[in-house]
Write a protein that binds this ligand. Structure first.
Ligand code: ZN
Length: 115
């Protein structure tokens, strides 16, 4: 499992793009996602992550090399289509689950009414 640092509060979390369990920060835009990706075990050692986490917690935000960040953002932009397709798929599954769930509820309600 990958580990990452929340860049808002300096808490270690499982995966760069998951919601922080301490402050609730969720990397939403592509730049924020790139930054969190860069401060995860995908790019750094766990020892480095702990150092960065301690720095953020003591009030020193992480500084990113603009050129490196730019490269990451560009890489993410090219793969964004994939994650969006995946998100849409999840949204569709959830929507159908809600519709079917509601349909099932109505069915059982009428079943109960006409008993
Ligand atoms: Zn946080």
């Amino acid at each position: 499992m990958s580990e990452a640092v929340c860049l808002k509060c300096g808490t270690l979390k499982h995966g760069p793009w998951v919601r922080c369990h301490r402050c609730g920060h969720l990397p939403a835009d592509v730049v924020d996602k790139a930054k969190h990706e860069m401060t995860s075990t995908h790019c750094l050692s766990q020892a480095d992550l702990k150092t960065i986490a301690a720095q953020i917690q003591s009030g020193h935000p992480r500084h990113f090399d603009p050129r490196q960040l730019e490269r990451f953002v560009a890489a993410l932009r090219t793969t964004r289509l994939d994650s969006r397709t995946k998100e849409q798929l999840v949204a569709n599954v959830v929507r159908w689950a809600v519709i079917l769930g509601a349909g099932g509820g109505v069915f059982w309600f009428f079943h109960w009414l006409t008993r």
